[in-house]
Design a protein around this ligand. Structure first.
Ligand code: NDP
Length: 342
């Protein structure tokens, strides 16, 4: 199959604060001929993830380099091999890559690809519950929080890709689970489908002290484990209610990703000392060596229907910018994904 060009999303600017719909533009780009040991991929599903906002800041040093304005964006994707000059892959194979996102076609080397089987799980799940967000949930819970049965787990951002799996795995481990999310609909879903014992709509509690009071009511004996996806008032409220010997997995701080001014930290950090709390930040890639163990525990739960993996699906590359922006207005329940046409 010969492909000479394809559509791809570019940033038009480095956003200051929340990106705008006009911060993204779709352009036609040339697809070069394959070199030896390369494969041509056609994207079937692409992921939008909060960490991509960090890559839109040109001067911030992070674990992934910033995007540039003169090249298409990239990100996680499930793609089909359409042409191969590498012995490892044949046309028709399906692969996960970190570069196939935001574009119709990409060229990759085999070492950057993980083969996945469409008959084992839905292809989209390799970007969600069986992919990077799922691994994040599993690693933060099992490798950092290390909960014991009967403990209370608080999960912020509980309605999203990472948080909703943390809650469900927490229930599987015999924990009392409190989730917070930003709408009544998400809270109903957290209680009815995800199995949270208590769901807090944080928008009903617009200050840290109000959120803290709601949490105190939900967890009268304190929170033993806190899975942090949000930051800001959530962190302040969690620190106010953390139990002696509590653990905090610092996974994400989405409330500050679009901040235009330096963000003030919590004022109650001293509770970490007086209550002997362990706090650990982490990047999911640090646990890549445990991928088999992660899949071994989560894939059977997905197959048996013991966990739910809801997806918020946007249709077509033209919706990719909107899908990304939706992460910051809470439009997604579960994993936000873009299904590519064709
Ligand atoms: P989600 O699917 O949870 O989507 C983001 C959600 O965050 C939104 O749906 C919204 O839900 C909530 N949100 C957005 N802005 C705010 C705000 N200002 N205050 C409170 N909630 C807000 O995303 P992911 O599951 O992919 O990621 C969750 C977190 O995990 C992020 O912080 C992300 O950066 C982090 N992460 C970290 C990784 C790591 O290796 N450390 C890897 C992957 C993710 P709502 O309606 O509830 O407001």
């Amino acid at each position: 199959m010969t492909v000479n060009s394809g559509r791809a999303v570019f940033l038009t600017e480095y956003p200051d604060g929340l990106p705008k719909p006009g911060s993204f533009v779709v352009r036609e780009v040339d697809i070069p001929h394959l070199k030896e040991s390369e494969v041509l991929l056609r994207t079937k599903w692409m992921s939008v993830d909060p960490y991509m906002r960090g890559r839109m800041n040109p001067n911030v040093k992070s674990y992934v380099p910033p995007f540039t304005l003169d090249a298409p964006l990239d990100g996680g994707a499930v793609s089909e091999v359409v042409e191969s000059r590498a012995i490892e892959f044949n046309p028709g194979d399906h692969v996960v890559s970190m570069q196939g996102g935001w574009k119709e076609y990409s060229i990759a080397k085999p070492r950057a690809l993980t083969k996945v089987e469409p008959d084992q799980a839905p292809l989209s799940s390799y970007l969600g519950v069986l992919g990077m967000p799922g691994m994040t949930a599993w690693a933060g819970l099992t490798q950092i929080l290390e909960p014991k049965g009967g403990e209370t787990l608080f999960v912020s951002g509980a309605g999203g890709a990472v948080g909703s799996l943390v809650c469900q795995l927490g229930k599987q481990m015999g924990l009392r689970v409190i989730g917070s999310a930003g709408s009544a609909q998400k809270c109903s879903w957290l209680k009815q489908t995800i199995g949270c014992d208590i769901a807090i709509n944080y928008k009903d509690y617009p200050s840290a002290s109000e959120l803290s009071n709601a949490l105190a009511e939900a967890a009268p004996d304190g929170i033993h484990c806190y899975f942090e996806n949000v930051g800001g008032d959530h962190l302040q409220a969690a620190l106010q209610n953390i139990a002696i010997g509590g653990r905090i997995a610092l996974c994400g701080l989405i409330a500050q990703y679009n901040a235009q001014e330096p963000v003030t930290g919590p004022t109650n950090l001293a509770n970490l000392i007086t209550r002997s709390v362990k706090v650990q930040g982490f990047i999911v890639a640090q646990y890549a060596h445990l991928r088999k163990q992660f899949l071994g525990s989560v894939a059977p739960l997905l197959e048996s229907g013991d966990i739910s993996a809801r997806e918020e699906i946007y249709e077509g590359l033209d919706q990719a910018g909107a899908a990304f922006l939706g992460l910051f207005s809470g439009e997604n329940t579960g994993k936000a994904l873009v299904r590519m046409a064709g």
